[in-house]
Structures are given as C-alpha cells and as structure tokens.
Design a protein around this ligand. Structure first.
Ligand SMILES: NC(=O)c1ccc[n+]([C@@H]2O[C@H](COP(=O)([O-])OP(=O)(O)OC[C@H]3O[C@@H](n4cnc5c(N)ncnc54)[C@H](OP(=O)(O)O)[C@@H]3O)[C@@H](O)[C@H]2O)c1
Length: 191
C-alpha cells in the first residue's frame, strides 16, 4: 500500500488550524486562561526545577535565576579534544566527496597526517582531485584506492595502501536510489 505523505501532512495541518481557531475562540470568550503562576529556582537548585517540571501537576512557568557569582555552580566536565595519531592512517570509505570531504579536512585539523580513501571513482573526479590537493597542502599524505567497499580485495588494498596502521575507519559510502521520485512514491524495493 502506498500512503501519500503529502496528503497526511495536509490533513494534519488542517486539523491543527481547526484546533487553533477553536482555542482562539474559547480564549476570546474568556473560557481559557493563561496560567500566571511562576515558580522560581536558584540556578544551584536547577535539578529541583526540572523535577518540578516532571511533576504532572505542574502549571505555569518555571524561572531559573542565575547568581551574580556563578563560581559555586557545578559545570559539565570539559571534554578532552580529539587528538589523532600522525603515525597512523585513517580510512574514509566513500569519503572523497560530499560529507566525507569536510570530514577529511577536519581529521587533518585534529592531527591526522595520513588519510586513505576508498571509493569507486576516487581520484577521478575534479572534486576529489581538488580535495586531495588541499589535504596535501595541509601536510597530510593521501592514499587513493579506486574500488568498492563491497569487494574484499579492494578493502584489503585500502587497508594496506599506506603501510601505516589503520586507527580509524569512517563509513561514508552511500548510493541514494531516488531518481525523480521521493519518499511518498518510493517502492519497498527502492529502500
Ligand atoms: N550529506 C548529509 O547531509 C548527510 C547527513 C547525515 C548523514 N549522511 C550520511 O553520510 C554519508 C555520506 O553522505 P554524502 O552526502 O557525503 O553522500 P555522497 O556525496 O553521495 O557520497 C557518498 C559516497 O559514497 C561513495 N560510494 C558509493 N558506493 C560505494 C561503494 N560501493 N564503495 C565505496 N564507495 C562508495 C561515492 O563515491 P563513488 O561513487 O565514487 O563510489 C560517494 O563518494 C551517507 O551514509 C549519508 O547517509 C549525510
């Protein structure tokens, strides 16, 4: 069975409009009132503020007040920045264009100095050539394997290409099979 997502959305929007009009009418007739109760919590007691919100009987607004001196407040622990191993290689499957190209530059900014790319057209498109030049200019060695992640020999070639240990694998390979149709017209076989 094919269900039209657009039709569902349209019905939902129509229903929401009707509800909104109904609420505005009730409000204008004075049948609805905006709760004016406000519960205040100091920032140091923020947990209680959330517990108060969790309470099913809660009505009104909750205001958390920040103190002038916030040194007594607990903070989330500072997360250690990612540092990649310059003596290792990082394998990007399908990463020579799209999202992968942004990820590749980011990996180099985090310390990677050797990247290996595996995709069917790796190195053949102007987009991937430009990316590889940019990465080399950033001081990173680039290893290119033209092949498919579905083929064992290609994957093995990619793992061994740089000669350095592989310390990270990023799976970015994707083929979007939508042509000129979209979700509401996709057949089960196209997913
Ligand atoms: N872009 C976004 O906003 C976004 C958001 C969330 C998640 N994602 C996910 O991130 C991943 C990458 O997305 P993208 O937008 O960068 O896609 P993309 O531009 O279409 O890139 C997909 C890559 O996969 C490669 N590929 C396809 N089949 C392959 C195979 N058999 N072996 C090796 N490589 C193969 C393609 O290169 P070849 O054709 O040369 O093989 C291409 O470089 C996808 O899994 C996607 O679902 C993307």
């Amino acid at each position: 069975m094919v269900v039209s997502a657009r039709l569902l959305l349209l019905r939902l929007l129509t229903l929401l409009c009707r509800l909104l009009e109904q609420y505005v009418d009730w409000y204008n007739l004075g049948l609805l009132q905006v709760p004016d109760s406000i519960s205040y919590f100091d920032a140091v007691d923020v947990e209680q503020a959330f517990r108060h919100l969790q309470n099913a009987a809660h009505i009104g607004k909750v205001v958390v007040t920040m103190p002038d001196d916030d040194s007594g407040l607990e903070a989330m622990p500072y997360s250690k920045p990612l540092t990649l191993d310059p003596e290792a290689t990082y394998l990007l499957v399908g990463g020579s264009k799209g999202l992968g190209s942004s990820m590749a530059s980011w990996l180099v900014e985090q310390g990677a100095r050797d990247l290996t790319f595996l995709s069917r057209s790796s190195g053949a498109s102007s987009e991937s050539t430009a990316l590889f030049e940019e990465l080399r200019a950033m001081g990173c060695a680039v290893n290119v394997v033209a092949g498919s992640v579905e083929t064992k020999e290609h994957v093995e070639a990619a793992i061994g290409r740089s000669g350095k240990p592989v310390k990270g694998v990023f799976q970015l390979a994707m083929v979007l099979n939508v042509s000129d149709s979209f979700y509401d017209k996709l057949l089960a076989s196209q997913f």
